[in-house]
Design a protein around this ligand. Structure first.
Ligand code: SF4
Ligand code: SF4
Ligand code: SF4
Ligand code: FES
Length: 947
């Protein structure tokens, strides 16, 4: 699909029910009230020269290039800052206007290097375009006077260069940083001729608050802020619209290509999730796709102590199939299984589950959503009837009270965080529920009204306390509940949360949150207008993850905050396709569309299409696979895109289970931690090398389009097809669109989805079917998917992971903006300049007690294991709580996390581990072992071509 032309209308669109009609160069045009004359002209097809205006930013009126004449008005007003009026007659061309514009351009050009032909922005520069548009042919002023031509470049940022000699001080970058990104890292320093763009206090970009989102680079009309990749490789000659493969925001990008080389990823202005914005990962961190560590030839080995042998695709696939068949003959049909990843496309995860069910003939398929959002699926299905978030991202524009629970959007979901911050700057109120002071609590022009800084593991106690206040203070929306919910369940729940033990005064001792704050936050949520809850893994990755999701849904139903714009319950999905991998039947008990394998009619439907009898017994979940491996009954595993040896809890348990298996097949880009235990390596393809779809956190199915040929020769779906064929179960797809057609045929919520429709609409939010042919931005509008909403009782049960004298601190984990999950991709980009190691955040009080200084190596010991990290002393964490990220394998963050898990879904309790922390001088025993094993495996990898 070609990009819809990125017309720049000069100023943002206005939403008004009142329309204003005017004439531009004699042509009548009607636009919403509040629209600028510049935009009205553009909508009438008349182009007015402009430099400081662009339609992603509010008008500023500094360049004076967009001057027009307006009948009955004196002078030459700037069209970008002049709102339309009824009957206005605008003239955009006249000899006087032409003169004035040429004069303005002449001044700009007189202080600008005349190196257009060799400039990296040649052909992609608005200043150059405008010089042509106003007919500037010569400049009367020389370069002898005062100018900025010798200003030094700032090359501190690894991804873009700032060359102030080319700056026209239009302030588009400053406004982009404020209005679009919300970071406020840039200012214009000085006045008049001395004005310069300044990151922070005249700092270099890398020293400033800049988070490298790229919005300023995008907004700059000149070559002042330029992508280094474009400087190095030249301007692109074609582009392909695709979807970011990092987080669950699902930003649309134009992958811009020169020859077969990607030279820039530009956020797509018409992208419905991101509206032209990006973060450092999607915008800049794509170099891993061609990193030297990519493995592009299939490899096999019999034992993990053998060197790898490079083989043909046929040999590798044939070997894997024979091994799986041998294991099933020897140990039984259930001795093999597969784990897919949320990094895979919908089509790939669908095929993985199909291979397991139809070729392995069991249900041993699971996905990494098990370890992140499985409680979301369970909790929302039970209460509302659908395992997904209720809103689209744009719904937040109608929200008055935003509640963020256990999520860190500025790091985990940065583009949506910028959207959220825009709404907060426009006046919405904010409640943050988090043990740690995340950036949203206080950042430029944003401040949470309440930060409920609870102790890790006490979510359910807090949600019950909030509900207690709502119910006992008469703040519930009884009319909504009567009309939309099961009254009996409501009455029971009401009686339950009204009990005195749920009062904020009683829960204060459990949660550590002052009762007055809980009461005030509950009142604000219930009475502040449209209230929306956004939550993340800080809700789900607990022993009571599913209970907490239900508690959130209960609270939203009780206050009538569901079923319309501006409200809702919104899980912020971590990885790009968490939603999709769940939708596609990647759990061992569910077919695509969340239908149980025990359900006879559903199974019959799939049996008719798959042409084989299917197992009615739910299969093994990931933790069960490990247990079964250790007891000798599970011997073969096929993994696509998932690195369980790094990402799953209790690493030593996981690696012991991997070592006990006889055939591990890893399909991935790199020799990841799990691949070090593998017997077959199948080279996967990056998102730039394949076709498919991802489904983001708002249920939006977006196309992933092939930008370059797969380096290993096959797209991932083709590898699964080949393996299935070798296993004797034929798959005959020629393109992922056919896989989507099969998904649509079998899955009611996807019935109306097709590649043709995706091309036409850009993206589609499921459910998409006859009742909703263009998709469903907001769910549960008239009724809940399950009919009546159901309240469920949410008894708080303290986690078994308790602090004691031996393990007195609680460790919680999270992510950082510049890195992504196990870091396999981002660690192979310049993003390591922001984060090259995981550190342990510790409160000054706890550090002092232990004699720990900032930067010291500290041992972190839990009941599961021990590792060593460097300490970062900060008041972001509360006393008694420590925190780390988990992006670097050698950190061993998951060596210390335990196997405690959610009671309903087995989602690991990553967010609560009791630990002790003390100064140390050497790496832990596990780290030393890991280092030796890694060196051995890398040698075996290096040896592959010598054989
Ligand atoms: S890259 Fe983003 S955060 Fe950094 S200065 Fe530019 S707009 Fe601001
Ligand atoms: S850096 Fe670019 S966007 Fe910023 S003021 Fe200079 S020319 Fe304008
Ligand atoms: S916010 Fe998420 S989807 Fe968007 S560019 Fe960043 S990582 Fe990619
Ligand atoms: S575009 Fe209107 S003043 Fe610059």
């Amino acid at each position: 699909m070609a990009a819809i032309p990125d017309t720049d209308y000069g100023t943002p669109a206005r939403a008004s029910e009142r329309s204003v009609t005017l004439t531009v160069d004699g042509m009548p045009v009607s636009v919403p009230e509040g629209t600028s004359v510049l935009r009205a002209a553009a909508e009438a097809g008349v182009t007015i020269p402009k430099l400081c205006a662009t339609d992603s930013l509010e008008a500023f009126g500094s360049c004076r290039l967009c001057l027009v004449e307006i009948e009955g008005r004196r002078g030459y007003p700037a069209s970008c800052t002049t709102p339309v009026e009824p009957g206005m007659q605008v003239r955009t061309q006249s000899p006087k206007l032409a003169d004035l514009r040429r004069g303005v351009m002449e001044l700009y050009i007189s202080d600008h290097p005349l190196d257009c032909l060799t400039c990296s922005a040649n052909g992609d520069c608005e200043l150059q375009d405008m010089a042509g548009a106003v007919g500037l042919r010569e400049v009367r002023y020389g370069f002898d006077g005062k100018n900025h031509l010798a200003s030094p470049k700032d090359t501190s940022n690894p991804y873009f260069t700032f060359d102030p000699s080319k700056c026209i001080v239009c302030s588009r970058c400053v406004r982009a940083c404020e209005e679009v990104q919300g970071t406020f890292a840039l200012t214009i320093d000085g006045r008049g001729f001395d004005s310069v763009v300044s990151p922070g206090q005249l700092q270099a970009f890398m020293e400033s608050e800049c988070v490298s989102c790229g919005a300023c680079v995008q907004a700059c009309p000149t070559a002042t802020l330029m992508d280094n990749s474009v400087i190095a490789h030249g301007t692109p000659d074609r582009s392909v619209i695709t979807t970011c493969a990092y987080c669950g925001v699902g930003c649309a990008f134009e992958a811009e290509v020169k020859g077969s080389q990607v030279v820039r990823m530009t956020p797509y202005k018409n992208g419905q999730a991101n509206h032209g914005h990006s973060c450092v990962k999607g915008r800049f961190a794509w170099g891993y796709a061609t990193h030297k560590d990519r493995i592009t030839t299939p490899m096999i080995r019999e034992k993990i102590t053998d060197p790898w042998r490079e083989v043909t695709w046929d040999e590798a696939i044939g070997y894997a199939a024979r091994e799986f068949q041998r294991i099933q003959r020897q140990y039984g049909r259930g001795a093999v299984g597969a784990i897919s990843s949320s990094r895979c496309t919908n089509e790939e995860t669908y095929l993985m589950q199909k291979l397991v069910r139809a070729a392995f003939r069991n249900n041993n398929i699971d996905t990494c959503a098990r370890v992140c959002h499985s409680p979301t699926g369970f909790g929302l299905k039970q209460t509302l009837g659908e395992s997904a978030g209720t809103q689209d991202f744009d719904s937040i524009d109608q929200t008055d009270v935003i509640v963020v629970i256990g999520a860190n959007p500025t790091d985990g979901h940065p583009v949506f965080a910028s959207h959220m911050k825009r709404r907060l700057r426009a006046g919405a109120k904010l409640i943050v529920v988090d043990p740690r002071r995340i950036d949203l609590v206080r950042s430029p022009h944003v401040e949470a009204q309440y930060h409920l800084k609870l102790r890790p593991g006490t979510n359910v106690a807090i949600i019950n306390a909030l509900a207690h206040v709502v119910v006992t203070e008469g703040l519930s929306d009884d009319a909504f509940v009567r009309a939309r919910c099961e009254i009996e369940s409501y009455e029971q729940w009401k009686a339950f949360v009204s009990r005195p033990e749920h009062a904020p005064e009683a829960t204060e001792a459990i949660t550590g949150v002052p009762s007055a704050d809980v009461r005030a936050a509950a009142r604000l949520y219930a009475t502040g207008g449209n209230a929306a809850i956004y939550y993340g893994l800080g809700v789900t990755e607990h022993s009571q993850g599913s209970t907490m999701v239900m508690g959130i849904a209960n609270l939203a139903m009780a206050t009538g905050n569901l079923g319309r714009d501006g409200v809702g319950v919104n899980p912020l999905r971590g990885q790009n396709n968490v939603q999709g991998s769940c939708d596609m039947g990647s759990f061992p008990h569910e077919f695509p569309g969340y239908r149980h394998v025990l359900d006879d009619p559903t199974r019959a439907l799939f049996e008719a299409t798959y042409g084989v009898p299917l197992d009615a017994e739910p299969g093994l979940r990931i933790p069960n696979m490990f247990e079964a491996s250790l007891d000798g009954s599970f011997k073969g595993l096929y993994l696509e895109g998932e690195d369980i040896a790094q990402s799953d809890p209790n690493t030593q348990h996981v690696t012991a289970a991997l070592q006990a298996m006889e055939c591990i097949v890893v399909q991935d880009l790199f020799l990841n931690e799990t691949a070090k235990f593998a017997h077959v390596f199948l080279p996967g393809s990056s998102f730039l090398e394949k076709n498919g779809t991802f489904t983001n956190a708002e249920r939006r199915i977006s196309p992933v389009r092939k930008v370059m040929e797969p380096l290993g020769g096959k797209e991932d779906w083709e590898i699964t097809v080949a393996l299935s064929n070798a296993l004797g179960y034929p798959m005959r797809y020629t393109h992922p669109s056919e896989i989507m057609d099969e998904i649509a045929q079998l899955t009611p919520t996807f019935a109306g989805v097709s590649y043709e429709k995706l091309d036409r609409l850009g993206s589609i939010q499921w459910p998409c079917n006859d009742a909703a042919p263009v998709g469903t931005p907001v769910m549960h509008r008239e009724t809940f998917v399950r009919g009546k909403g159901k309240f469920l009782l949410t008894e708080y049960v303290a986690t078994e992971e308790k602090v004691n004298r031996r393990y007195p601190l609680l460790l919680t984990t999270g992510r950082i903006l510049s890195q992504y999950n196990v870091g396999a991709q981002t660690r192979r980009t310049a993003n390591v300049e922001w984060h090259d190691e995981d550190r342990l955040e510790i409160h000054p009080h706890d550090a002092e007690e232990r004699g720990i200084n900032d930067g010291d190596w500290v041992g972190v010991v839990s009941r599961a294991g021990e590792t060593t990290l460097r300490a970062h002393i900060t008041e972001r964490v509360q006393p008694g709580v420590v925190y780390t990220t988990f992006h670097h394998p050698e950190s061993g963050a998951n060596v210390i996390t335990t196997e405690n898990s959610d009671w309903a879904t087995n989602c690991p309790e990553y967010k609560v581990t009791a630990v002790q922390v003390m100064p140390v001088f050497s790496a832990s025993e596990w780290q030393a072992r890991h280092k030796r094993f890694t060196e051995q495996q890398l040698t075996l990898l290096d040896d592959r071509r010598r054989l």
